[in-house]
Every structure is written in structure tokens, then in C-alpha cells.
Write a protein that binds this ligand. Structure first.
Ligand code: NDP
Length: 256
């Protein structure tokens, strides 16, 4: 095994939604592999404690309070990361949210909020980071999809549309930016115990047990389950991997 294959020393990662849940799990993995990390989120106290956690792992870390649905705030955030950390090698488009309603009850403002947060943000952040990723000569973009990129979801129409869109957007960027040596891949998480799913777990009768019954690994995922795949997709180990959408789901998606 070549020990440098997964080494991210000297690299800079931007992780949107890096202050909790899956994003923090990935940020910790990237930091443990040596990357400096910029934590992007709106909640400044959560971001400050994520930064403390990452610094304790021996890397540089900064928090940049940003709403990823605000294009000019995203441009300013990318400029600040380049100025303070020296460039961008890795962009993780992870910020996301959901509104639980069937298609006939969802309001247009709710649709827009979910699409803006989950899908348009990936476009805005990727476009803003592209010059820095290109300048790095070995850029990596990791977009976070979902099981709802694959399966129908009667309870989350905008969420499913945004996550389906993430996979196609990933393929478009992978094709467009291959010549710049930027690899672009998607991760499709299964059911993970985070703030995003906690309310559904409490409100939807039987959901917790149904997920356990359908998941071959027989457990919910944790943020820490995403550290390894983030390091792989951010490192030289994945230099010939692009345009993929990789389920990280304990086997959920292979069950009929
Ligand atoms: P969390 O609710 O724990 O984290 C969501 C993160 O996104 C937070 O850090 C939040 O930070 C950030 N965020 C949300 N909206 C914005 C915004 N407008 N601007 C900036 N940051 C924002 O959820 P998860 O960790 O579960 O979700 C992470 C990703 O994984 C999402 O894309 C989600 O769709 C996806 N996913 C999750 C699954 C699960 O089972 N949990 C399953 C499949 C996919 P802040 O509030 O500070 O802004």
C-alpha cells in the first residue's frame, strides 16, 4: 500500500453544512487525512465548535458563516477561503434540508427553498470554486445526493427532485471538467441519524423499525460512516473515478 495515496496534507477542503451530521463526519475524515478545512453553515456557534474539533486534529480550520442559497455570499466565502487557506482543492456540496409534504400540498415557496438549498447551492458553490479547483490542477468535487436520487418519495417531492438533479449535475460537471483534472462524484447516503432525520424518526410511526428491517447492516448510519468515502473521493486514490454516484447505505439500495 502506498501511504501517500490517501494523504491530503497541503490540501484545502470546503465543506458546506460541515458543522454537523454527515458534513462534520466528512470534515473530520478530511482533517484526519491532513486537509485544512473551511466549515460552511449559517449557525455560527455550531460552526465554531466544529472548527475547534477539526483544529484539535492538527489541521488549519476556519468557519465562514454563509447561506449557500445566497450567490454573492458564496462568492465572498470562496474568496475568503482562497485568501486565508491559500486555494481550494476539494469542494464538498453537502448542505441540505427537506420539507415533508406530498406533492399536492407543497407550496411553491417550499419547493424553491428545497431546490435552492440542495441543488442550486451545488451549482453556485461549484461555479464559484471552479477557478480555484482548476488552478489546483487536481480538483475534487463531492456532491451529496440521497437514496431519494434513486427511489420515489411520496413525502418529499422537492427533496427527491433536488437529489435526482444532483446526480445529473455531477455527471455534467465530471464531463465538462475532466480536461481540468477535476473529478466530480456523488455520494448517496442511506438513512443516517442526524438533525435532518431526527424529527421524522420521532413523528413517523414505525419509520425507525422499517429502516432497520430493510437495511442489511441493520442499523442507521452515523456521520462517521462518511469519513472514509470522503477521503477516498478527495484523494489521489480516486483519480480515475469520476461521474459516479456511490451509495453509502449499509446495503439499503440493494434490497428489493
Ligand atoms: P443536518 O441537518 O445534520 O445538516 C445539514 C447541514 O446543512 C447543516 O450543517 C446546516 O448548517 C447546513 N445548511 C442547511 N441549509 C443551509 C444553508 N441555506 N446555507 C448553509 N448551510 C446550510 O443533515 P444531514 O447531515 O443529514 O444532511 C447532510 C446532507 O446529507 C444533506 O444534503 C442531506 O440531504 C443529505 N442526506 C442525509 C440523509 C440522512 O439520512 N440524514 C440521507 C440522504 C442524504 P446550518 O444550519 O448552520 O446552516
Amino acid at each position: 500500500m502506498n501511504n501517500t495515496l490517501f494523504d491530503l496534507s497541503g490540501k484545502v477542503a470546503v465543506v458546506t453544512g460541515g458543522n454537523g451530521g454527515i458534513g462534520l463526519g466528512m470534515a473530520r475524515g478530511l482533517a484526519d487525512a491532513g486537509a485544512a478545512v473551511a466549515v460552511i453553515g449559517r449557525n455560527e456557534s455550531k460552526s465554531a465548535s466544529a472548527v475547534d474539533d477539526l483544529r484539535r486534529r492538527g489541521v488549519k480550520a476556519i468557519a465562514v458563516a454563509t447561506d449557500v442559497t445566497d450567490g454573492s455570499a458564496v462568492s465572498a466565502m470562496i474568496e475568503r477561503v482562497v485568501r486565508e487557506l491559500g486555494g481550494i482543492n476539494i469542494l464538498v456540496n453537502n448542505a441540505g434540508m427537506s420539507i415533508r409534504k406530498p406533492p399536492h400540498e407543497l407550496e411553491i415557496e417550499e419547493w424553491r427553498k428545497v431546490i435552492d438549498t440542495n441543488l442550486t447551492s451545488a451549482f453556485v458553490c461549484s461555479k464559484a470554486a471552479y477557478p480555484a479547483l482548476k488552478a489546483s490542477r487536481s480538483g475534487k468535487v463531492i456532491n451529496i445526493g440521497s437514496m431519494m436520487s434513486i427511489f420515489g418519495a411520496s413525502f418529499a417531492p422537492a427533496y427527491a427532485a433536488s437529489k435526482g438533479g444532483i446526480v445529473q449535475y455531477t455527471r455534467a460537471c465530471a464531463t465538462a471538467w475532466a480536461a481540468d483534472n477535476i473529478q466530480v462524484n456523488a455520494i448517496l447516503p442511506g438513512w443516517v441519524d442526524t438533525d435532518l432525520t431526527r424529527a421524522a424518526r420521532q413523528q413517523v410511526a414505525g419509520l425507525h423499525e422499517r429502516v432497520l428491517a430493510r437495511t442489511p447492516a441493520a442499523r442507521w448510519g452515523a456521520g462517521s460512516d462518511f469519513a472514509g468515502i470522503a477521503v477516498f473521493l478527495a484523494s489521489a486514490a480516486s483519480d480515475f473515478v469520476t461521474g459516479t454516484a456511490i451509495p453509502i447505505d449499509g446495503g439499503y439500495s440493494i434490497m428489493g
